[in-house]
Structures are given as structure tokens and as C-alpha cells.
Design a protein around this ligand. Structure first.
Ligand SMILES: CC(=O)N[C@H]1[C@@H](OP(=O)(O)OP(=O)(O)OC[C@H]2O[C@@H](n3ccc(=O)[nH]c3=O)[C@H](O)[C@@H]2O)O[C@H](CO)[C@@H](O)[C@@H]1O[C@H](C)C(=O)N[C@@H](C)C(=O)N[C@H](CCC(=O)O)C(=O)O
Ligand SMILES: Nc1ncnc2c1ncn2[C@@H]1O[C@H](COP(=O)(O)OP(=O)(O)OP(=O)(O)O)[C@@H](O)[C@H]1O
Ligand SMILES: N[C@H](CCC[C@H](N)C(=O)O)C(=O)O
Ligand SMILES: [Mg+2]
Length: 492
């Protein structure tokens, strides 16, 4: 494709000269540039991509897209907003891949990864060829690719959709983060179904206010399109029990389908019974009643199951088949994952890194625990600081023993993060702060009695810890399992 063919889709631009090179790839990172690349300069939070234009040309870039004046020998296309232009150009370069598959987007503070995996499982069981994009990895047909962000930048996103289309993927299911919506990473994606899980506090470092955060998530429903203008139906699947759904209903022109537990809706769960073995409920979906026995535990798991059910129902699958699939799911890696070395107490590794998710997980544990609850928890550095004392408060109110520790401190001082958390501890709670996460986990494992439950929160599936500029291998599940074995051998 030539530069002119590529940029003619832009609303407004000017070109530094008339040459029209062939563009082989588009890149936003000078380090990835190859012969024939169009290099897009993005002013980031850390550095300014415009400063890498020369480096990109040295590596083979034949054209540049920029916001700021550049003195270079290759043609430069100037636009007001390179990020916006990047999304438009990526979509054109990869030939509008999302119009060639069915696209399901899931947004919300908690439950995106879980819900996308449930939808993926149900669709795969129905022999639909699927793709998946989210926190843990990207799945393109049968290939799994590591993910840096939950929702990637538009170039990588559109390229992945193109690969999916080329490999015959029929439906792509993706997590859509609030950052991605606000930064325009998903501009140009032709969503068919947009799903809302829930909204609670997170990412206030970035969005600053809950109003701004709620609005960012709403952009998914605003960009869903108009049911009446498309051949394919556009549907917003909303959680009726979350007040934000009212706003999203107003923000979208798409058809609305609702799910929930507390209020009347299209797909509702009743008579929920939670045990340590699983969760039972009765579902009434568009008037049809069925019983469901999930292996996953907790009321929040019911919400995720309902969201997946509602989505797959509107996607055309029969309720019977959907329930059969859901009942086989053991869980999602790092979400309420049990570490079982045959010990007489329970160890749960969970990705709860927000106040609401921590509360949900601990309330669920409280439903079945016979002994005491140990909570090992930290908060990420370079992230929303205001959630630190709130998470410690929740841990101390719902746990019997709290062990505050490090999550991913990133560029922050680990002890300071823990001090911020300590502010929220209730006075009467038994607690200790241990900066080293391995020692913190071991501390809990060494002290737990029969029938106690240890919840290790915050890092779930992560296999690393980011301390300063260094990323070291760290897996809560392996650390816990080693500690359990060590205790076992010491007790022999
Ligand atoms: C705040 C934020 O979103 N940051 C994202 C942003 O980084 P940045 O603005 O710091 O980029 P930068 O390093 O300043 O670089 C600016 C430009 O210069 C380019 N560059 C840079 C260096 C160089 O040598 N050459 C070069 O060309 C870069 O490629 C980039 O185009 O652009 C990067 C490239 O796309 C992202 O990976 C990065 O996400 C970082 C890793 C991040 O942590 N993001 C989080 C906050 C995030 O987006 N999270 C959400 C939601 C999480 C959830 O589910 O709760 C997500 O979707 O992941
Ligand atoms: N529907 C839900 N409501 C509240 N909490 C939930 C829900 N589903 C999962 N959780 C909790 O949130 C944690 C994260 O779940 P999950 O990874 O599915 O969410 P996510 O939205 O993908 O998170 P992220 O924003 O980090 O990508 C889980 O480990 C669990 O503790
Ligand atoms: N997507 C979330 C994940 C947080 C996971 C937690 N372990 C942390 O590092 O804070 C974020 O980037 O804010
Ligand atoms: Mg996720």
C-alpha cells in the first residue's frame, strides 16, 4: 500500500513533500522499525516519539506521521493528533479486520479476564473458532502470544485482528480497559456486543475522578453503533445491579440486554447457594428456567457467569449448551486458584487488586471458612495510591490475620506503599508488615491451623515481580506450594 492510499482516509493532514513510498509496516516504536516502515511519532507519558524520528529513518522508515515539525529527508504527514490518526491508519492498513469477524468487547473494573474466558469456552465448545485479547495473553486461533497491556495499542490490535481473520477466526473476544478507551486504542473497532461487568474504584491515578473513570468505560457503549444502521445487530449487555449501567444505557444507540441478581432483568440468577465446592443457582433467561452448578465459587462468579450467558444467548447459542459449558469450567488461572499440596488448610491465590475484588473474595471465603482467615496482600506501585488504605481496611475487617507485603512496587519505595496501606488497618486487627513477599507468604503458611484459609491477593497469574527497574521471576502459587512442602518436611 502506498503512503497516499494510506493517509487519504484521514480527515485532515498536510504532507511535507509529494513522494509516495510503498509502506510495508506501520510502527510506533523506533526499535521495531524495518525497511519500508511508516513511523508514527507519539508523545508518550515517558518520552516523546518525535525524538526518535531520525533513529527510525536510520532503521529504514520511508515516511513519518507526526504532530510536531520535523527536519527529515523522508515525507512527513502532519496531523493534529497522531494517536487518533494511528488508529484510523492501522484499521485501513490491515483492511478493516473487525468488520470481517464478530467482535465482543468486555469492560468493567473487575471480571473482564474471567468473563472473556467464560465466553471463549462456551463458544469453543459450540465449535466457533475464537480469538482472545486480554490481560493474560492474546490468543490468535491456536497460537498464544504474550500481552504487555490488557488492551494493546491500535497497531498491534488491528494487526492481531488481521491475523485472526486470515486464520479463519469467527469471533474475537476482548477485554477493553478504561485506559484503552480513553487513549483511543480501540477506535475503529467494529464491536457487535459490548459487555459491562461492574464499576468500582481503581485507576484514579490515571482518571483522577470516578466520574471520569465511569465515563471512559462508557465510551465502549457509545462506540457500539446504531442497531438500526447495521445489518448485524449491535447489543449492549449490561449489569442491571450496577448503577453505572443506567448511564451506559443512555450512551448507546444499541439494543440493551440486562443481567443481574438483585433487580428484574433479562437473565437473572435466583436461589444462589455458595459452598466450598462450588456455586448453585437457578437462572431465568428470557423466561426460560434452568439450574446451574458452577465449580467456581462466590456471588461474583455468578455475575461473571450471567454476563457470559447473556452474551452467548444474544450471540445465538442455546441456553442448555451454554450451561453445560459453564459447568465444566474449573476457574481461570490466578483467580480463586487453590494451591493444594494436601495440607489441612486452604490456600487461595487471587488476582484481587482493587478494593471491591478483595472484598468480594474475602466475603466469599467467609461463607465457608471453618477456621481463621489469613490475608497476604500488597498494592502496586505507580498506581492509584488512594486504594491502599481502603484495601488494608477491607483486609483487616474481613480477615483475622493481615500480612501486608509488596505487590509490584515498580518505581516506588516498597516500605512507603506498605505505610500507605497501614493507615487503613483497624486497630483491633492482628497484623504484621513483611516487605519481602516470599517471607510474607511463608509467614502465613507456617502459622495456619487446620481448617484455616490463606488468601494471597493481588498477583494471581503473574509470574513476575517488578521491583525498581528490575523484573524478577515470582509466582505466588509456586512460592506457596514450596512453603507448604517446607512446613510439611519440618513437621515430620
Ligand atoms: C500510561 C500508559 O498507558 N502508558 C502506555 C504508553 O506508554 P508511554 O506513554 O509511557 O510511552 P513512552 O515510553 O513515553 O513512549 C512514547 C512513544 O515513543 C516510542 N519510543 C520510545 C522509546 C524508543 O526508543 N523509541 C520509540 O519510538 C514509544 O514506542 C511510544 O510510541 O504506551 C505504551 C505503548 O503502547 C504502553 O505500553 C504503555 O502502557 C504501560 C506499560 C502501562 O502500564 N499501561 C497501563 C496503565 C495500562 O494501559 N493499563 C490498562 C488497563 C489495566 C487493567 O486492566 O486494569 C491496559 O490496557 O493494559
Ligand atoms: N464480577 C466480579 N465482581 C467483583 N470482583 C470480581 C469479579 N470477577 C472477578 N473478581 C475479582 O477480581 C479479580 C480480577 O478478576 P479478573 O482478572 O477477571 O478482572 P479484570 O477486570 O480482568 O482485571 P484487570 O483490570 O486487572 O484486567 C479476581 O481475582 C477476583 O478477585
Ligand atoms: N491491570 C492492572 C493490574 C494490577 C495488578 C497488580 N498486581 C499491580 O501490579 O498493581 C494494572 O496495571 O493496574
Ligand atoms: Mg483483565
Amino acid at each position: 500500500m502506498t503512503l497516499n492510499e494510506l493517509v487519504c482516509c484521514l480527515q485532515q493532514f498536510s504532507k511535507s513533500n509529494s513522494s509516495n513510498p510503498v509502506i510495508n509496516t506501520i510502527e510506533m516504536d523506533s526499535r521495531q522499525v524495518k525497511d519500508g516502515s511508516l513511523f508514527i511519532c507519539i508523545e508518550g507519558y515517558t518520552v516523546d516519539g518525535h525524538d526518535f524520528a531520525h533513529q527510525a529513518i536510520e532503521k529504514g522508515a520511508v515516511a513519518i506521521l507526526a504532530e510536531k515539525q520535523l527536519d527529515v529527508d523522508v515525507p512527513v504527514v502532519y496531523v493534529k493528533d497522531t494517536k487518533r490518526a494511528m488508529a484510523v491508519i492501522s484499521n485501513v492498513f490491515y483492511d478493516h479486520p473487525t468488520t470481517k469477524l464478530s467482535l465482543i468487547g468486555v469492560t468493567g473494573t473487575n471480571g473482564k479476564t474471567t468473563t472473556t474466558h467464560l465466553i471463549d469456552k462456551i463458544l469453543m465448545d459450540a465449535r466457533v473458532k475464537t480469538g482472545l485479547i486480554g490481560t493474560m495473553y492474546m490468543k490468535i486461533a491456536n497460537e498464544k502470544v504474550e500481552a504487555k497491556n490488557t488492551t494493546p495499542e491500535s497497531i498491534s490490535l488491528q494487526q492481531s485482528f488481521r491475523k485472526m481473520v486470515d486464520q479463519g477466526v469467527e469471533t474475537a473476544i476482548m477485554e477493553v480497559s478504561s485506559h484503552a478507551l480513553h487513549l483511543g486504542r480501540v477506535r475503529g473497532c467494529d464491536f457487535n456486543i459490548a459487555v459491562f461487568t461492574n464499576l468500582s474504584q481503581d485507576h484514579l491515578d490515571y482518571h483522577e475522578t470516578m466520574d471520569a473513570y465511569r465515563h471512559a468505560k462508557g465510551l465502549l457503549f457509545a462506540q457500539l453503533g446504531n442497531t438500526y444502521c447495521h445489518k448485524q445487530r449491535k447489543i449492549a449487555v449490561l449489569n442491571v445491579d450496577d448503577p453505572a449501567s443506567k448511564e451506559y444505557e443512555k450512551m448507546t444507540a444499541a439494543q440493551i440486554v440486562t443481567y443481574g441478581i438483585e433487580h428484574e432483568c433479562d437473565v437473572i440468577a435466583k436461589n444462589i447457594k455458595i459452598t466450598a465446592q462450588g456455586t448453585y443457582f437457578e437462572v431465568e433467561a428470557f423466561g426460560e428456567k434452568q439450574s446451574v452448578q458452577l465449580k467456581m465459587i462466590g456471588k461474583f462468579s455468578v455475575y461473571n457467569a450471567l454476563a457470559a450467558m447473556a452474551t452467548c444467548l444474544v450471540d445465538g447459542l442455546p441456553l442448555d449448551d451454554i450451561i453445560k459449558s459453564l459447568q465444566t469450567v474449573d476457574g481461570v488461572s490466578g483467580r480463586f486458584e487453590l494451591v493444594d499440596e494436601g495440607q489441612p488448610f486452604t490456600v487461595i491465590v487471587d488476582y484481587a487488586h482493587t478494593p471491591d475484588s478483595l472484598e468480594n473474595v474475602l466475603l466469599t471465603v467467609r461463607e465457608f471458612v471453618q477456621g481463621e482467615v489469613y490475608v497476604v496482600v500488597g498494592c502496586g506501585g505507580d498506581r492509584d495510591k488512594t486504594k491502599r488504605p481502603i484495601m488494608a481496611k477491607i483486609a483487616s475487617e474481613l480477615g483475622d490475620h493481615v500480612i501486608l507485603t509488596s505487590d509490584n512496587p515498580r518505581s516506588e519505595e516498597p516500605l512507603q506503599i506498605i505505610k500507605d496501606m497501614e493507615e487503613g488497618l483497624t486497630e483491633e486487627c492482628s497484623h504484621i508488615s513483611i516487605v519481602d513477599r516470599k517471607k510474607a507468604i511463608t509467614h502465613a503458611v507456617e502459622r495456619a491451623n487446620d481448617n484455616d484459609v490463606i488468601v494471597i491477593a493481588g498477583k494471581g497469574h503473574e509470574t513476575y515481580q517488578i521491583i525498581g527497574g528490575e523484573t524478577i521471576f515470582f509466582d505466588d502459587r509456586l512460592v506457596a506450594s514450596e512453603a507448604i512442602k517446607e512446613r510439611g518436611s519440618n513437621e515430620l
